[in-house]
Design a protein around this ligand. Structure first.
Ligand SMILES: Cc1cc2nc3c(=O)[nH]c(=O)nc-3n(C[C@H](O)[C@H](O)[C@H](O)COP(=O)(O)OP(=O)(O)OC[C@H]3O[C@@H](n4cnc5c(N)ncnc54)[C@H](O)[C@@H]3O)c2cc1C
Length: 569
C-alpha cells in the first residue's frame, strides 16, 4: 500500500524520472515514484526476482552495496537476462512491444531504468541541434545551468585512455581532424568521452604495478573492467552510492531518498492517467491507476501534479491507452540515432609498431571512452565489448544480407553485411586485434515514425506499443557519411581490413515521441492536459544531434522540476 495522495507522482524511475523526483523533494514536496520493474540493491526487496518483498522504500538506509554486489554479478549472460524490460519475476517473460525488421528496442525495467544498461557517456547536445534545427521551443543556453547541475551530480569527467582509445585518436588525428576541448561542440573533431563514471584509482595506472584484487576500499572509483552494460557493480565491496558508474539508481535515487520526502514503489506498472474536466475547460490530471506486477491487483493514487517518465515508448503508450485528448503528435516523431557498426582488424606487427603491443585489448578500459563529433551528421564512438556482444553487433545482423551478396568494389570498406563461414571465423579469431566503432547518426523526427496502439494487440497492461521506424533519405545519407569517416579513421590508424555491418535499425537511444513544442509546452507540461508533465527522453524535440542523450534528458528533467515549482507550488 502507498498513501492516498501526494504533491507529485513520477511514473518511472529510469534515467530522468529520479532527477525530477530529487529536485521536487528537495524543495519540500511529497513525491511518489512508481516504477514498473524491480529495485535492485534495496534491503526491502532482498530477493527481488523471487518474492514480492516490501511495499515502498522511503529511506536511503534501505540501499545496500553488499546486496547490489550479490545481485549484479560480473557474469554478462546472467546480467543481460536479468536486466530486461519485463517484470521482477523473470519466469513471466518480457513485456512485448512490436518493432519492425530484425532490430529491437533495448530498454531495461527497474529503478535506474535503462541507465542500468547504459555505458555512462554523458556529452551535451550539439548546440546547433537545438538552436538551428528549429524543432525546440527553448534555446541551448536555457539548458546550460542544468547541464552543470547534472554533470556535478553524475561526476562527469573525460574517460581514461587505454590502447583502443589511443588507436582511435591516432587514426582521427592522421585523418586530419582536430582534438576538441569544449563541452559545447560546434565543429567536428575527436575527444575523450565525457563519462558519468568515476575516474579509476591512480594505482591502476599501467606503470603503477598494482596486483591487488580491485575491491573497495583498496580500489576506489572505476576498475576499468568493462561491465557497464551489465549494470556495473564495480568496485566490488563499495557502498551503494560509491559505485563507479553514476547510473540514476546510484546518483539521483539516493539523493532523492535522502530528502526524506520521496517514496519509491517498484513492481508498480501504471496503466491509466486520471483526469477531471471542469465544464468546457481543459482536463486536469488528478492521479494514476497502477497494477502490482506480483499480485495483479490495481490501486489508485492521487496527486496535484503527475510526471510521465516511463521512457519514449511507454510514455506515449500510456497516454494513448488513457482516455486523454487526441494530439496528432503524441507518439510521433520517434528518433533512435539510426546506427551502424564499422570494425577494423589489424595485423599484430602493425599494432606492435603503433601501440608497443600486438593487441588492441578491447576488454580493457571503459566500454565507450573515445568519441568523434560531427554536428549536423552525428557521432562515432569506440566500443569495448566482449567477443559475444561484439560479434552480435558487428557481424550478426545486416540490412543488406550476407557479405557475399554485396560487392565492396569502390566502397571504403572491404566487406559489408552479415558474416558467415570462413570469413566470420577469421574476423572472430582476430577479436584481440579488432576495434569496433559505433556510428550514431543525427536522424530527424518524422511523423510516420513512432508508437501507436491497437486494441486487439494487448497484454495485462493494455494495448502494447507498436513501433514504426523508417529512416529518410537524409537520415541514410548522414549515416553513410559517418560510416565513411569511420572507415577512414580505421585505415589511417593502420587497420588492414575494414568491415561495415549496415546494421538494421535498433532502438538503443529512444527519443522525441512527446516532443516539446508539439505535445508539450516550453515547461514540458502537456498542451492538452493541465498539471501533466513529461520528464523523460520522449520530451526531447529531436535526437539532440546524435550526441548520447541522457545528459540532455536529465538536464531537461531538472529544468521541468523548476518549472513545476514555479507554476504550481
Ligand atoms: C546498452 C545501452 C547503452 C546505453 N548507453 C548510453 C550512454 O552511454 N549514454 C547515454 O546518454 N545513453 C545511453 N543509453 C540510452 C539511455 O540509457 C537512455 O536513453 C535513458 O536511460 C533514457 O531515460 P528515460 O528516463 O527516457 O527512460 P528509461 O531509462 O528507459 O526509464 C523509463 C523507466 O520507466 C519505467 N516504466 C515504463 N513504463 C512504465 C509504467 N507504465 N509504469 C511505471 N514505470 C514504467 C521503466 O521500467 C523504466 O525504469 C544506452 C542504452 C542502452 C540500451
Amino acid at each position: 500500500m502507498v498513501a492516498d495522495d501526494y504533491d507529485v507522482i513520477v511514473v518511472g524511475a529510469g534515467g530522468d524520472g529520479p532527477v525530477a523526483a530529487w529536485k521536487l523533494a528537495d524543495a519540500g514536496l511529497s513525491v511518489l515514484v512508481l516504477e514498473a520493474g524491480p529495485f535492485y540493491g534495496n534491503e526491502k526487496w532482498p530477493k527481488p526476482s523471487e518474492e514480492p518483498g516490501g511495499a515502498v522504500s522511503s529511506s536511503v538506509a534501505d540501499l545496500s552495496g553488499e546486496l547490489l554486489d550479490e545481485q549484479f554479478t560480473t557474469r554478462e549472460f546472467e546480467m543481460v537476462n536479468k536486466l530486461l524490460f519485463g517484470p521482477a519475476d523473470h519466469e513471466r517473460g518480457f513485456w512485448f512491444r512490436k518493432f519492425p525488421g530484425d532490430g529491437a528496442i533495448l530498454q531495461c525495467a527497474g529503478v535506474g531504468g535503462t541507465t542500468l544498461h547504459y555505458t555512462g557517456c554523458h556529452p551535451r547536445a550539439y548546440p546547433a541541434s537545438i538552436d538551428e534545427q528549429g524543432h525546440w521551443p527553448i534555446d541551448y543556453a536555457d539548458l546550460l545551468p542544468y547541464y552543470w547541475e547534472i554533470e556535478t551530480m553524475c561526476e562527469v569527467t573525460p574517460a581514461p585512455v587505454t590502447a583502443k582509445e589511443e588507436l582511435f585518436f591516432r587514426g582521427a588525428a592522421a585523418a586530419g581532424w582536430p582534438l576538441l576541448h569544449d563541452h559545447n561542440v560546434t565543429e567536428p573533431g575527436y575527444r575523450p568521452q565525457p563519462n558519468a563514471i568515476r575516474q579509476p584509482d591512480p594505482k591502476l595506472h599501467v606503470d603503477a604495478g598494482y596486483d591487488g584484487d580491485f575491491t573497495y576500499p583498496e580500489v576506489q572509483g572505476d576498475t576499468l573492467a568493462l561491465g557497464n552494460i551489465a549494470g556495473n557493480p564495480h568496485p566490488r565491496g563499495a557502498p551503494y552510492e560509491e559505485k563507479a558508474k553514476r547510473s540514476s539508481n546510484v546518483s539521483f535515487v539516493p539523493a532523492a531518498l535522502a530528502t526524506g520526502n520521496v517514496s519509491i514503489r517498484p513492481n508498480a506498472f501504471v496503466t491509466d492517467i486520471r483526469t477531471e474536466t471542469p465544464l468546457g475547460d481543459t482536463p486536469s490530471v488528478t492521479g494514476v491507476r497502477f497494477r502490482d506486477t506480483w499480485s495483479g491487483r490495481t490501486e489508485r493514487v492521487d496527486a496535484e501534479v503527475v510526471i510521465l517518465a516511463a521512457g519514449a515508448i511507454e510514455t506515449p503508450r500510456l497516454w494513448l491507452n488513457a482516455d486523454l485528448p487526441r494530439n496528432e503528435w503524441v507518439g510521433r516523431g520517434l528518433t533512435i540515432h539510426f546506427g551502424d557498426n564499422v570494425m577494423g582488424l589489424w595485423k599484430a606487427d602493425d599494432l606492435e609498431e603503433r601501440l608497443g603491443k600486438g593487441t588492441v585489448d578491447q576488454h580493457e578500459g571503459q566500454d565507450i571512452a573515445a568519441r568523434f563529433d560531427y554536428p549536423g551528421l552525428g557521432m562515432l564512438q569506440t566500443v569495448g565489448t566482449t567477443p559475444g556482444v561484439g560479434a552480435i553487433l558487428g557481424f550478426g545482423a545486416s540490412a543488406s544480407g550476407f557479405t557475399f551478396q554485396n560487392d565492396p568494389t569502390d566502397a571504403p570498406w572491404d566487406t559489408m553485411g552479415r558474416l558467415a563461414g570462413p570469413e566470420l571465423k577469421r574476423l572472430l579469431a582476430g577479436y584481440p586485434r579488432m576495434l569496433q566503432i559505433l556510428v550514431v547518426s543525427d536522424d530527424r523526427p518524422h511523423r510516420r515514425n513512432g508508437v501507436t496502439v491497437t486494441p486487439g494487440l494487448a497484454d495485462e497492461h493494455g494495448p502494447i506499443p507498436v513501433v514504426n521506424y523508417e529512416p529518410s533519405e537524409g537520415d541514410q545519407k548522414r549515416r553513410d557519411e559517418l560510416a565513411t569517416i569511420a572507415a577512414d579513421i580505421l585505415r589511417e590508424a593502420g587497420a588492414s581490413h575494414v568491415h561495415r555491418s549496415d546494421s538494421p535499425p535498433t532502438a538503443l537511444h529512444v527519443h522525441s515521441t512527446m516532443r516539446m513544442g508539439e505535445v508539450l509546452d516550453e515547461a514540458c507540461e502537456a498542451h492538452d492536459v493541465d498539471r501533466l508533465f513529461v520528464a523523460d527522453h520522449s520530451a526531447l524535440s529531436n535526437g539532440v544531434g546524435g550526441a548520447n542523450p541522457t545528459n540532455t534528458g536529465q538536464a531537461l528533467a531538472a529544468r521541468t522540476a523548476d518549472k513545476i515549482l514555479e507554476r504550481y507550488f
